[in-house]
Design a protein around this ligand. Structure first.
Ligand SMILES: C[S@@+](CC[C@H](N)C(=O)[O-])C[C@H]1O[C@@H](n2cnc3c(N)ncnc32)[C@H](O)[C@@H]1O
Length: 242
């Protein structure tokens, strides 16, 4: 079961506020391209594809075929990308050795059984194919604005699998770490836009802190907004295993 549920309300909030403009994702486009090395016929699995934003971006950027797998019907209902299959990381609805890469964006913490999911990824990936995991990891939150403004959310992040845990689950399934790098993204063009777009229902760490901690963070953000300058740039990690 996911850490939080993705029902109609959460899905609508996610679609409205978490699908970043592609203009702010140049670094991600470049970083993924380096590892994916897309060619004609490349097939990518987007596991926990959500509303399909990354699947659509990869299709457009890299001209690859992206198969999304997403368990929440409410998320799938808001996605334009196809194919988008109903399915779970612990039992992928795909045959053996049929994909050239797997993309897991901000979903690895939802996998209740990481070891089984890693084995499933080993099963469906061709030998040598990369798993690309985009995630905030415990202890590596310092350059993510959400954790600055809502420090209580760091305690939620500490419950996510850390790099060592992910590495060991994937090692047991036959993968080794190829690289770990922090990749920048423009989350908002200004702090005012960041506040405007922030929706608690779309962020697992904000859903799991107290109302008091959430209100205190929003008050800090609103107080800082009039004097803030520049875009909000976040750095999430890209962990690549092969
Ligand atoms: C924070 S959203 C990220 C969506 C998308 N990857 C993105 O970055 O825009 C997490 C997604 O993981 C999905 N998820 C939760 N548990 C899962 C599981 N066991 N297997 C696959 N996906 C899962 C959720 O339904 C949700 O759509």
């Amino acid at each position: 079961m996911a850490l939080v549920s993705y029902d109609d309300t959460a899905a609508a909030a996610f679609a409205a506020t978490r699908e970043l403009p592609w203009a702010g994702l140049d670094r991600w486009r470049h970083a993924v391209q380096q590892h994916l090395r897309p060619r004609a016929g490349t097939t990518v699995l987007d596991l926990g594809a959500g509303t399909g934003a990354w699947a659509s971006a990869f299709t457009d950027w890299f001209r690859v075929r992206v198969i999304g797998v997403e368990p929440a019907g409410a998320m799938r209902a808001l996605a334009n990308h196809r194919p988008l299959l109903a399915g779970d990381g612990v039992a992928l609805p795909l045959r053996d050795s049929c994909v050239d890469a797997a993309w897991l964006s901000t979903m690895v913490h939802h996998l209740a059984d990481l070891d089984t999911a890693a084995r499933e990824l080993r099963r469906v990936l061709r030998p040598g194919a990369p798993v690309l995991i985009r995630s905030p990891f415990p202890g590596r939150h310092q350059r993510i604005a959400l954790f600055h403004w809502f420090p209580a959310a760091v305690r939620v992040l500490e419950t996510y699998p850390d790099l060592a845990r992910v590495r060991s689950a994937f090692a047991a399934a036959g993968f080794t770490v190829s690289s770990v790098e922090a990749v920048a993204q423009t989350t908002a063009t200004s702090l005012a836009e960041y506040v405007e777009r922030l929706d608690r229902r779309a962020h697992t760490p904000l859903r799991l802190i107290s109302d008091g901690d959430y209100d205190a963070g929003m008050a800090r953000l609103r107080a800082a907004t009039p004097t803030a300058s520049g875009p909000v740039v976040d750095h999430l990690d890209l962990l690549v295993l092969r």
